[in-house]
Ligand binder design. Structure first.
Ligand code: 5AD
Length: 349
């Protein structure tokens, strides 16, 4: 798809045409990754963060937020819970927390890999090459780090660099791929300062990076951040809206440009539409759901954006989730749910 074709879809307002886009994405999803919905248990290890991202509620200057960090045994218990629920993957996510040291994380990964058959996905922010390599050696399979926006000027403004980490996230993703990880990235939809053309370039970057996983969702303002007070954008403006619909359009386009990728129906969609968000995402290109396995007593503290922890879309009970998946004619995926690109590349070894 060309830049102008992508742009046209993003600006499309005719409901019948938008429906046709969703149907096409759904057909490509069926053709390439089938009807299986893979479940990844999400464990939010720590809400400590050394960064000051303008959009995120975990930013270091948000000093009113009570901080927590799970211990090794708590994290292991969450991984066991993933096994009991029949999930194929555990995702270990955290703010950029230096106390989650390279060796500590490596030890946790090794224990999970030793004890369970789970695929392990890490999402721990911008770390050193040595740490990425150590974790890969420990057995980590995948790494998620969203580039957030392909607009580099905007990214620099809302994401003050860390003094010792000056590489961009695209460079990090390329390095992670070299290390043998399945790589996941994505962007925020409707971040203040992004135009429609920026979103079209985000889609092109998914393609260019040939992502194994694409995570994206509408930007949801958080009151304790510099970007928390923005007014909602109006249709027709250059500013791309952070609406549910724009989220679905981006998801559908992501599926069209990366037909083999694993694409979650994200919590941000469920926050905007608690009743239908997850299912709608699955019907517009997504094939993954990430139920939250973070211990309930700290879950509300992982507040990247408001209401994130209170949606009960998924994860409450294994059966309820399976029923929701079956209700839309899909089935719960078996196994690890590796990306087809990754499986092909490894089969060739
Ligand atoms: N609204 C929606 N998503 C957000 N994220 C961070 N802040 C927000 C927000 N205010 C997303 C980022 C990050 C992921 C873990 O959460 O894309 O990579």
């Amino acid at each position: 798809m060309t830049h102008s074709e992508i742009l046209e879809w993003l600006r499309e307002e005719n409901p019948a045409c938008i429906k046709a886009l969703y149907a096409r994405a759904d057909a490509v999803r069926l053709d390439h990754v089938g009807d299986e919905v893979h479940l990844r248990g999400l464990v939010e290890l720590s809400n400590h963060c050394r960064r000051s991202c303008g959009y995120c509620g975990l930013r270091a200057p948000h000093t009113r937020l009570r901080r927590y960090r799970l211990g090794r045994d708590q994290a292991l218990a969450c991984a066991r819970e993933a096994v009991e629920r029949g999930y194929g993957t555990v995702v270990l996510q955290a703010g950029e927390d230096p106390e989650l040291s390279g060796p500590w994380v490596a030890d946790l990964v090794r224990r999970i890999k030793g004890e369970t058959g789970l695929a392990v996905t890490l999402s721990l922010g911008e770390r050193t090459d040595a740490e990425y390599a150590l974790w890969r050696e420990a057995g980590a399979d995948r790494y998620l780090i969203r580039f957030e926006t392909s607009n580099e000027d905007l990214f620099r403004r809302i994401h003050p660099p860390h003094p010792r980490e000056r590489r961009g996230r695209v460079a990090i993703l390329r390095r992670l791929r070299e290390l043998g990880y399945e790589i996941g990235s994505g962007s925020l939809v409707g971040l203040p300062g992004t135009s429609y053309a920026d979103l079209a370039r985000d889609v092109a970057l998914y393609r260019e990076l040939d992502l194994d996983m694409i995570g994206l969702g509408p930007f949801i303002p958080h009151g304790a951040t510099p970007l928390g007070e923005v007014r909602p954008s109006r249709p027709g403006e250059e500013q791309a809206p952070n609406t549910e619909e724009m989220g679905y359009k981006m998801l559908a386009l992501a599926r069209l440009v990366c037909p083999d990728a694993n694409i979650p129906s994200t919590t941000a969609l469920a926050v905007l539409n608690e009743e239908k968000g997850y299912a709608a995402g699955l019907q517009r290109g997504a094939n993954v759901v990430m139920p939250n396995l973070t211990p309930p007593d700290v879950r509300s503290l992982y507040e990247i954006y408001p209401a994130k922890a209170v949606v009960h879309g998924v994860g409450e009970s294994v059966d309820a989730l399976a029923q929701r998946i079956q209700a839309i004619g899909r089935c719960v995926g078996a196994g690890r749910g590796d990306s087809p690109r990754y499986r092909r590349a490894n089969a060739a070894d």
